[in-house]
Design a protein around this ligand. Structure first.
Ligand code: NDP
Length: 451
């Protein structure tokens, strides 16, 4: 069959929409990848014949289960849990667990699909998966969170394993939740293996895992700026979110000389025109991780700053932007505003924070734009290193891990540049990341035949 006989992009996307009704986030993620891959595949008969993209866009399996737990007032609560195992062509499924009321099958399928490409980009042997629950940890006591995590793992343990599927943290799942889930896994299976990453240092966790996603997103940003003979010194940075990724992105950006002027949460953003210091960032970390407070409290602590309720920070003039909160938090109109105000580079710390319209705006303007699957891959990369350390039953030193993270982010940047050249010396990082990630997974799938 000639290549021209294969379905075109609109027909392919029609099929994806028909098979996944109402799953808007998943369809959006597939569309973004397919736009680049169809172009790349135009003269590659074998990938078409073997239906590789069609197969990657169909998860290996989606496990859905009931999670019952009792709150502190002895009410029985019922939540839904999922694990999406998207593709294990190049290694065990790997990807975080998210606890947030917005979690549904579409969100987890999009995240597992993206994770497949991201993990391939790291150069480490990891497939793609994602899981979570619509459980809302906000306002819950430690005991409630513990009971929920134990109940969640009581079902999840059947589907995961150190060589099968290795979850980690994500929105609403940090060190506390990983500890409760790992404890329950160990209790049920009587095995101490690297079944989860993001563990505490006392029980098999890796140094710098906590920092890795945010730091990595800033390293990627610095690498992009370097292609234009620039660096972060003196640049004004706008960051969204105030969780794990946002605070560590703020920390590394500050260390490299940038002035970080915003952070946010789901209730609004704070603007600190003086810029953040390590002391201020540490205060935010304690606010979020220990006191579990709201970002609006920043303005009481640091005079001169202001809180903007219900707003995102994209209207604040900046040189560089790092969306680090959640999906679809930066829309087309925000992208236009950022460019109008002089923003030259965007590095996505979150997964798919820019909607499709925004991606098209950034691409058309030819600014330096790093998609999450490349820019935020530092977290899963260090998770991969945690898996290696667990398998070998050793712990690597901090300096060694810091260097490995830098090297891995350099490698991802180089892979994007290799496949993302669009003429005139400009790199389309979205295209580069999509093609480089796809090619690795696709070639492994070709080797296996039709399975
Ligand atoms: P956290 O739970 O630590 O922080 C999430 C932050 O985003 C909080 O400030 C939260 O505010 C805000 N947020 C969440 N949902 C929304 C929403 N609907 N609207 C506005 N703000 C929101 O999560 P992480 O920092 O770990 O994750 C942030 C992003 O980075 C996610 O997209 C995640 O998938 C991605 N990521 C994370 C990795 C990691 O290693 N942790 C690895 C790679 C990607 P509030 O407190 O009000 O909910």
């Amino acid at each position: 069959m000639a290549v021209t006989d294969h379905v075109d992009l609109p027909t392919f996307m029609e099929g994806v929409k028909k098979r996944n009704p109402g799953q808007t986030e998943f369809i959006q993620a597939v569309q973004e990848v397919a736009e680049d891959i169809f172009d790349f595949l135009a003269d590659k008969e074998r990938y078409h014949r073997e239906q590789i993209l069609r197969r990657i866009a169909e998860p290996d399996r989606v496990v859905s289960f009931r999670v019952c737990w009792e709150d502190d007032n002895n009410n029985v609560r019922v939540q839904r849990g999922w694990r999406v195992q998207n593709n294990n062509a190049i290694g065990p499924y790997k990807g975080g667990i998210r606890f947030h009321p917005s979690v549904n099958e579409s969100v987890l399928k999009f995240l597992a699909f993206e994770q497949t490409f991201k993990n391939a980009l790291t150069g480490l042997p990891m497939g793609g998966g994602k899981g979570g629950s619509n459980f809302n940890p906000k306002g819950k006591s430690d005991h409630e969170v513990m009971r929920f995590c134990q109940s969640f793992m009581t079902e999840l343990y059947r589907h995961v394993g150190a060589d099968v599927d290795v979850p980690a943290g994500d929105i609403g799942v940090g060190g506390r939740e990983i500890g409760y889930m790992f404890g329950q896994y160990k209790r049920i299976t009587n095995q101490f293996t690297g079944v989860l990453t993001g563990k505490g240092l006392e029980y098999g966790g890796s140094l710098i895992r906590t920092e890795a996603t945010g730091y990595g997103a800033v390293y990627f940003l610095a690498n992009m700026l370097k292609t234009r003979d620039q660096d972060l010194v003196g640049k004004t940075a706008v960051i969204s979110g105030s969780g794990n990724v946002a605070t560590h992105a703020a920390e590394k950006a500050t260390m490299l000389g940038a002035k970080v002027v915003t952070l946010s949460d789901s209730s609004g953003f704070i603007h600190d025109p003086e810029g953040m210091t390590q002391e201020k960032i540490n205060w935010v970390k304690t606010l979020k991780n220990v006191r579990r407070g709201r970002i609006s409290e920043y303005v009481d602590q640091f005079p001169g700053s202001s809180f903007h309720a219900g707003k995102t920070p994209w209207g604040v003039p900046c040189d560089v932007a790092l969306p680090c909160a959640t999906q679809n938090e930066l829309l087309g109109e925000d992208a236009r505003e950022l460019i109008k105000n002089g923003c030259i580079a965007v590095s996505e710390g979150a997964n798919m924070p820019t909607d499709l319209d925004g991606v098209h705006v950034f691409k058309a303007a030819k600014i330096l734009f790093a998609p999450g699957k490349a820019a935020n891959a530092g977290g899963v990369a260090v998770s991969g290193l945690e898996m290696s350390q667990n398998s070998a039953r050793i712990s690597w030193k901090e300096e060694q891990l810091q260097q490995l993270l830098v090297d891995i982010m350099d490698g991802i940047h180089a892979r994007c540049v290799e496949y993302g050249q669009v003429g005139g010396g400009h790199c389309d990082y979205v295209r580069g990341a999509n093609i480089a990630g796809f090619k690795k997974v696709a070639d492994a799938m070709l080797a296996y035949g039709v399975v």
